[in-house]
Write a protein that binds this ligand. Structure first.
Ligand SMILES: Nc1nc2c(ncn2[C@@H]2O[C@H](COP(=O)(O)OP(=O)(O)OP(=O)(O)O)[C@@H](O)[C@H]2O)c(=O)[nH]1
Length: 489
């Protein structure tokens, strides 16, 4: 037969240590991971605040500068004073130079175009202003109303354009100085310059608008990138938290399930085992082997304890039986007789039943002892005892050895005629039984018994002693009446 391999059971203490270590390692890993994640997010936030935010600020600055350049261009266009115009031009140039390109080729090329436009506008405006001034100066000496009108028109440039046909057809004295066509041509040229300026202004403003739109969309893009970055980080933190919490919850559920099956239930079964020993110590209990070594050791101890309790209960029972039984005849002894008689009297009293007590004594037993010896006497006592015991069938009936060669029979809940019948039967059976000597079967002994009994409904005034006494007196009468007879007390 193949030898059974011993089952290796894990130790609870070691398991708890290992689980704790796993938890500690998991905790450290998660702390490390959390710190790494947070560090990454912090670095990203710093990077954002150091790069993206300044970029956004630069874009906003550029937008402001664009607005300022736009107003400078207007001023360059409208201003009549050359010095002021130069100032505005320089200011706008400074602004363009302070423009932040951030390596953006579109911005760089548009800035240089704007610079070029400003110079162009300024130079045309300068030329227009010079020509305008010269023309006005030349016309200043004349008082002709048409000349004054033309001078007025020239002074209103560039607010109001001078169109062909707007000029008067004659200039009076002026025609003496130069031809009408020549003057008209010059004034219209100045006005043309104005139209050119208008177009340039429209172009430049459109360019500025383009740059402004570009910067705005760039700022929006950067803001969106920033928002997306923050959103991604928040999502990562959320995902990590959900993952970590799920792992922890699942692990706890798993451990709870494992410990419930390997720890809580086994402990409950051990407690149930102990209770079973307490409640039913008359049999040994067997428990299922347990997973953890320590618990299994406790299980083995409980099983051993159960076996011990069982053996002790058995021994106690045997001792108790021995203390109730007469060693020679196997009938109840005097002590147990008193106990049962007391109980049966109480029961009879409660239920108002009649109780019968028979005292049975072997006749001339001393002579038998003397003739055949004590051993034969003992044998006869056993035979008579078995005959009497044969009359105990119902619950509560008890045959006892009262002492020496005297026996007692308790018959509860019995009718009077039945007592007589049973007593006579015992007497008759004893007298008809031939007892053979164990070492000589040729010799048989005939024995008789005398019986005294009492039958009555017990009341509170009665006690066991009185009942026994009454039965004994009846027995005495039977003896006095010549033995081998029954008498009632
Ligand atoms: N062999 C044996 N004899 C016992 C035992 N117990 C008592 N005896 C004897 O029983 C006898 C009782 O004798 P007595 O009381 O004189 O009664 P009896 O001889 O039966 O006479 P009556 O009862 O008057 O018929 C005594 O000789 C006791 O020694 C016992 O356990 N074994």
């Amino acid at each position: 037969m193949p030898s059974k391999r011993p089952i290796i059971r894990p130790k609870l203490s070691v398991t708890v240590l290992v689980v704790s270590l796993v938890f500690v390692v998991m905790f450290l890993v998660s702390v490390g991971f959390s710190l790494g994640l947070l560090r990454g997010i912090t670095a990203k936030t710093q990077e954002t605040s150091q790069e993206l935010l300044p970029e956004l600020v630069h874009t906003q600055n550029n937008l402001l500068k664009i607005e300022q350049i736009r107003s400078y261009i207007d001023l360059i266009y409208w201003v009549q004073n050359g010095n002021l115009e130069r100032n505005y031009r320089l200011e706008s140039q400074v602004l363009i130079h302070s423009f932040l390109f951030e390596n953006d080729p579109f911005l760089a090329s548009e800035a240089s175009n704007i610079l070029h436009d400003i110079r162009e506008i300024a130079s045309i405006r300068q030329l227009q202003r010079t020509l305008q001034r010269e023309a006005i100066q030349a016309l200043n000496e004349f008082t002709d109303p048409n000349v004054i009108k033309v001078r007025g028109l020239l002074s209103a440039l560039p607010q109001r354009e001078i169109r062909e046909g707007q000029l008067p057809s004659t200039f009076g004295q002026l025609t003496a100085l130069s031809s009408f066509a020549e003057i008209e041509q010059r004034i219209l040229f100045i006005s043309d310059l104005n139209r050119q300026l208008d177009w340039m202004l429209i172009d430049t403003k459109a360019r500025l608008e383009r740059v402004s739109t570009y910067l705005n969309s760039d700022a929006a893009l950067k803001a969106q990138t920033l928002a997306t970055d923050i959103g991604t980080d928040i999502e990562r933190i959320t995902q990590y938290s959900v993952f970590f919490m799920s792992v922890v919850v699942l692990l706890f559920l798993f451990l709870f399930f494992v410990f419930k099956n390997t720890l809580l239930r086994p402990i409950q079964s051990l407690v149930a085992g102990l209770k079973a020993i307490e409640q039913q110590g008359n049999k040994t209990i067997m428990l299922k082997p347990l997973f953890f070594k320590e618990l299994d050791t406790i299980r083995e101890s409980i099983e051993d304890y159960s076996g011990l309790v069982f053996r002790m209960q058995k021994a106690n029972q045997e001792l108790e039986n021995l203390s109730r039984i007469d060693g020679l005849t196997g009938l109840a002894n005097r002590r147990y007789l008193d106990e049962i008689l007391h109980e049966e009297m109480n029961r009879a009293m409660r239920h108002q039943h009649a109780l019968a007590l028979l005292m049975i004594d072997i006749d001339h037993f001393k002579g038998l002892n003397d003739q055949y010896g004590h051993q034969v006497g003992d044998h006869c006592l056993k035979v008579i005892a078995q005959i009497i015991k044969g009359y105990t069938q119902r619950t509560g009936e008890l045959a006892a050895r009262f002492g020496g060669e005297e026996f007692t029979l308790i018959l509860p809940e019995i009718a009077h005629p039945d007592v007589w019948r049973i007593a006579e039967s015992i007497r008759e059976e004893c007298s008809q039984t031939a007892i053979y000597l164990e070492n000589d079967f040729s010799i048989s002994i005939q024995m008789t018994v005398s019986i005294g009994f009492v039958h009555q409904v017990v009341d509170v005034t009665d006690d066991a002693e009185a009942l026994l006494k009454k039965a004994d007196q009846a027995l005495y009468q039977a003896k006095a009446s010549g033995r081998n007879c029954v008498r009632e007390g």
